[in-house]
Design a protein around this ligand. Structure first.
Ligand SMILES: Nc1ncnc2c1ncn2[C@@H]1O[C@H](COP(=O)(O)OP(=O)(O)OP(=O)(O)O)[C@@H](O)[C@H]1O
Length: 358
């Protein structure tokens, strides 16, 4: 079932949390709401669920305006970070709960619970109580319980947030497979980029109550719509310069910046893996000195000092390439960007750059 939110606004105690948020989620998609803590992800999810009411705007499920309906009437499945399982009920009783409340006949409940427990691969644990389960198993019970009434929308709020890294990783792969099997339109909240990238069809990037960009993981990573998205999704070097015409300039370096227009200050962003290191100057390179080499498994992080290019510069090189170049701390080298992204320098962005010491 598709989800559409239009012009949502929400404030808590006069403090605006969502500013005019609109979003379309097609039927069957798995979407991540990604953004820093406090940007409004959970509030948006709760409004879609009907657990919170917006000050303005509408929510449509399957093309129907459900804004006035309670959470119960929307038939959505919800999973929270902290497994809200009933402690005095067994796994099977927890999963059956929503069906019992809806007074479904026993002949329907028993096979449905069996089916759900097999779906979440917990068939053997039906008689256990929540305290006899691991965190990952509890979250799978919570998911089976959320799916019991066959909701057409599944909403998950940091479902793996309380689990350790390895279990998290297993569960997100499992969630993706489950979604491929069921195709229930699903929205999950996370502040973990890796999780959003691994699990979702599309990512909704939020910042301070607004949507910055919606796109596939590849789109938001390769074509970030704003400096915020560029900086939020992984490490980045930022060079101060200016744009003029359709070119960007940082000291003697020049880059394409289509549509830049009038001369104005700009920031040139380069990801560490999009910089090359050379022993001799090449066209478009700048001089730097190696400060530190940090092995990262298959790659090496080369930390450089380049005083004319904002001080510290970070490059991520293939391990073999760094070996072939025989790099060592103290070496004078030349660095050239393979790909840059240019954004005009806004005051707000300038403030945050200064604040983070770049
Ligand atoms: N019931 C509430 N009453 C008052 N303020 C609230 C309430 N719920 C959320 N807020 C505030 O609204 C803002 C957005 O909260 P929200 O939980 O939606 O953010 P989030 O992006 O999900 O953050 P996190 O990743 O930390 O969970 C925060 O400043 C939060 O303190």
């Amino acid at each position: 079932m598709s989800i559409s939110v239009r012009g949502l606004r929400k404030a808590f105690d006069d403090h605006p949390v969502l500013h005019d948020v609109s979003l379309e989620i097609p039927d069957g998609e798995l979407v991540a709401l990604l953004g820093p803590s406090g940007c409004g992800k959970t509030t948006l999810l709760r409004i879609i669920a009907g657990l919170e009411h917006p000050d303005a705007g509408e929510v449509h499920h399957g093309g129907e305006d459900v804004s006035a309906r309670s959470a119960r009437e929307r038939n959505v499945g919800v999973v929270f970070q902290h497994y809200a399982l009933f402690r005095h009920m067994t796994v099977a009783e927890n999963v059956a709960f929503a069906l019992k409340v809806r007074k479904r006949p026993r002949a329907e409940i028993t096979p449905r619970v069996d089916e759900l427990l097999s779906l979440v691969q917990l068939d053997g644990l039906r008689s256990r109580y929540p305290h006899q389960l691991s965190g990952g198993q509890r979250q799978r019970v919570a998911l089976a319980r959320a799916l019991a009434t066959s909701p057409e929308i599944l909403l998950l709020d940091e479902p793996f947030g309380a689990l350790d890294a390895r279990v998290r990783q297993e569960l997100r792969r499992w969630l993706r497979r489950l979604h491929d099997e069921l195709h229930v339109t699903s929205v999950f909240v996370t502040h973990d980029q890796e999780e959003a990238f691994e699990v979702s069809d599309r990512i909704v990037l939020m910042n301070a109550g607004r949507i910055e960009q919606v796109g596939t993981p590849a789109q938001v990573f390769e074509e970030p719509a704003s400096p915020f998205v560029m900086r939020f999704l992984g490490a980045v070097n930022v060079f101060q310069g200016h744009v003029e015409g359709d070119r960007a300039f940082v000291n003697e370096l020049e880059f394409a910046a289509p549509g830049a227009g009038q001369r104005t200050r700009a920031h040139v962003y380069v990801r560490p893996h999009e910089l090359d290191v050379h022993r001799a100057p090449v066209p478009g390179s700048f001089a730097a000195r190696i400060e530190r080499l940090v092995p990262l498994g298959a790659a090496v992080r080369v930390e450089l000092a380049a005083p004319r290019f904002g001080g510290a510069v970070e490059v991520e090189l293939d391990f073999r390439k760094s070996e072939a170049l025989g790099l060592a701390p103290g070496d004078a080298v030349h660095v050239s960007p393979r790909r840059v992204r240019v954004f005009p320098a806004h005051e707000r962005e300038q403030d945050s750059l200064t604040a983070s010491g770049l």
